[in-house]
Design a protein around this ligand. Structure first.
Ligand SMILES: O=C(O)C1=C[C@@H](OP(=O)(O)O)[C@@H](O)[C@H](O)C1
Ligand SMILES: C=C(OP(=O)(O)O)C(=O)O
Length: 412
């Protein structure tokens, strides 16, 4: 078995972590810069496999673009290849070919893209066969499945002859990711108008301006460090995370607010943020609609701290790298906890039921966030995490960083 064994620290944890760069910001900067004709200069682009795959595929002349398991890379490249008239086959891992893309493809077809499904309607693999703009400049699109479809359309919108107005229907999930897209577009000279009451976003037909762009560190990756401080037994434990800003483009900076009741205080410095321990509350309820990637971190942290947690807004977890609700339900049992669906598809609870003494071995389901969300349990007890290489998707240096606070041994 390919796994990593983590052993708890002997005393307080004290570490400075040069946090990895954001794959979400990187992938937007890469697409927008491609739309300037690759004329800008990007700094601190993520080493994450999802971003490295984006770089490779944007430059490649190969007619087949294999995005592996990268959702944003699949969705953003589909829109990019479609409107730039490139003839490409887009494919990915078996799981990627189960992740829906029909809403984006329907929208692109309405705008004039010729896109063909190669296997199952509504899912990759697919082929882009050229683009003839047909004058459509207004579209309604569901906001409750994946914001990545909306970000993909927004980024190509200024290149359309009449720009584009999107009307978002249903509840809008992952909205901070849409706002991140708009703010990055603005950095490259395209100013849009978003009306969140009417749920419309209007993008003018404006050429992007080539410019410099520096990617910020990754707040989603930061969440595991918050969880480590929350779980650390020694009250004098502290961690400094470098490269994070308080006014971030990333909605996952909400981890600062979520973790305060779980016992972590954040103090911003010139270099990043310092995490220290404070007393924790006895329960927590959080709506993850705006920050779905934080749900696993918080669920595991609460289970192990024995803080009952009510989660809402986690519907989208079922169509990510794995069905994250099911994966959490299975793995939390190994620490004596359960994740219960208390209202169909809307409300879940994490409860601690029993003390388990044997060393848990956690499966990771080809999902980087399963590995990283369960790793902080090592602050309290020995754990084994299977297939540790999964972290490469977003945070390739995660285990190197972990080695600064736990004993770490790779097996198999
Ligand atoms: O646009 C992005 O960079 C992302 C949007 C979110 O996906 P959904 O919009 O599908 O929730 C998030 O889960 C994903 O990790 C990254
Ligand atoms: C859901 C994620 O990524 P993507 O959808 O881009 O594959 C993630 O990183 O947690």
């Amino acid at each position: 078995m390919n796994a990593v064994r983590l052993t708890p620290p002997a005393g307080p944890i004290r570490a400075t972590i040069p946090l990895a760069s954001s794959k979400s910001e990187s992938n937007r900067a890469l697409i927008i810069n491609a739309l300037t004709g690759f004329r800008g200069t990007l700094h601190n682009v993520s080493a994450a496999r999802d971003s490295q795959t984006m770089i490779r595929l944007l430059k490649s002349e190969d007619p087949v673009a294999d995005v592996l398991d990268a959702g944003t890379t699949m969705r953003f490249l589909t829109a990019y290849f479609a409107v730039t008239g490139q003839h490409k086959t887009l494919t990915g891992t078996p799981r990627m070919c189960e992740r829906p893309i029909g809403i984006l493809v329907d929208a692109l077809r309405t705008l004039g893209a010729d896109i063909q499904y190669l296997k199952n309607e509504g899912f990759p693999p697919l082929k882009t066969n050229g683009f003839t703009a047909d004058g459509t400049n207004r579209l309604a699109i569901r906001g409750d499945v994946s914001s990545q479809y909306i970000s993909a359309l927004l980024m190509i919108a200024p290149t359309l002859p009449d720009g584009l107005t999107l009307e978002l229907t249903g509840e809008v999930g992952s909205r901070p990711y849409i706002e991140m897209t708009l703010r990055q577009m603005e950095h490259f000279g395209v100013t849009s108008v978003a009306d969140w009451t009417a749920k419309t976003i209007t993008v003018p037909p404006t050429p992007y301006t080539a410019t410099d762009y520096a990617v910020e560190s990754d707040w989603s990756g930061a969440s595991y460090w918050f969880s480590m401080v929350a779980l650390a037994e020694d009250e004098s434990s502290e961690i400094e995370l470098l490269g994070l800003k308080e006014n971030s483009l990333q909605g996952d900076s909400a981890i600062v607010q979520i973790m305060r009741p779980l016992g972590v205080e954040s103090t911003f410095t010139d270099q990043g943020v310092k995490l220290t321990k404070i007393p924790a509350q006895t329960s927590l309820a959080w709506d993850f609609t705006d920050c779905p990637d934080l749900a696993q971190t918080v669920a595991v942290c609460c289970a192990v701290k024995n803080i009952p947690l009510t989660l809402t807004g986690i519907e989208s977890l079922k169509i990510k790298e794995t069905d994250r609700v099911l994966a959490l339900q299975t793995e939390l049992k190994k620490v004596g906890a359960e994740l219960v669906e208390v209202e169909k598809n809307t409300r879940y609870e994490v409860r601690q039921l029993a003390e388990i003494t044997e060393i848990p071995t956690f499966a990771t389901y080809d999902d980087h966030r399963m590995a990283m969300a369960f790793a902080p349990i090592a602050m309290r007890r020995e754990v084994v995490i299977e297939e540790p290489g999964v972290v490469a998707k977003s945070y390739p240096s995660f285990w190197d960083d972990m080695a600064k606070v736990t004993g770490i041994q790779f097996v198999g």
